[in-house]
Design a protein. Structure first.
Length: 249
């Protein structure tokens, strides 16, 4: 089995632990599964091999969380972000031939850190509450996804800026990730990134992801709602900072 996966037993054990942690974060916050894995698991798998594995893991998490997402999500916001992202992603992929991935990643990550820090400081970003802000955030997320694969952080930043209950923010993120996974799958198939090995790796890591998501969902309850936004914004800053350091090395 290890030969088929092209991984050692230690690799699988470490990846399983990281998958559990990523699932725990996703179950509570509604996002950051891929960001957590990208920030940690790249020491074992290069990004090009990790991305299709993450698609499988995101699919597992989305299936587990979709019921609450359909019920509680702000569908207007989710639709606007999905449409904007669908427009922006091809632009991002097209720009990869002329723009440095490292430079674009560093700019996007620095922007996320600054804006998340402003929100933590209770600075209201009023322009995000407008229709142009909604669709613009979706397009930007799509472009950044095509360029650097971190568009989900942009969407999380947008939804966290809204004056909505935590359960609505979380559910909206779940719905966004569910629908954009379709576009991601089409893109990866077109670029030949999806392989039997990557799917099998995803299947092997599905169990620890599922356990993590289950426990993370249990952590999300009304008692902790006042801490949801600051926790998620802090998580964004930490993940973006780790990714920024890794990209700049």
């Amino acid at each position: 089995m290890f030969d088929v996966l092209a991984l050692t037993a230690t690799d699988i054990l470490v990846l399983s632990g990281l998958a559990f942690l990523a699932g725990l974060v996703r179950g509570f916050s509604g996002f950051a599964l891929s960001a957590v894995m990208m920030a940690t698991a790249v020491v074992i798998l290069p990004p090009v091999e990790l991305i299709p594995v993450l698609w499988v893991l995101e699919a597992v998490a989305s299936i587990m969380m979709v019921r609450g997402g359909l019920r509680d999500a702000d569908r207007g916001i989710a639709a606007g972000l999905v449409l904007g992202s669908a427009v922006g992603a091809p632009i991002g992929w097209a720009l990869t031939v002329s723009v440095s991935v490292m430079t674009s990643s560093m700019i996007a990550l620095a922007l996320i850190i600054c804006l998340a820090g402003l929100q933590l400081s209770w600075v209201r970003l009023a322009f995000l509450a407008t229709k142009p802000g909604l669709y613009g955030s979706g397009v930007l997320a799509g472009v950044v996804t095509g360029l650097a694969g971190i568009g989900g952080m942009i969407v999380a930043l947008y939804t966290l800026s809204q004056d909505k209950p935590a359960r609505v923010i979380r559910a909206t993120l779940v719905i966004f990730l569910l629908f954009t996974s379709v576009f991601s799958a089409i893109t990866m198939v077109a670029y030949g990134v999806f392989t039997g090995v990557s799917i099998l790796r995803g299947v092997v890591l599905a169990a620890p992801i599922a356990v993590g998501v289950f426990l993370g969902k249990r952590l999300f309850n009304p008692r902790f709602e006042p801490y949801y936004k600051p926790t998620c914004l802090t998580l964004l800053i930490v993940l973006a900072s780790v990714a920024l350091i890794r990209v700049s090395l």
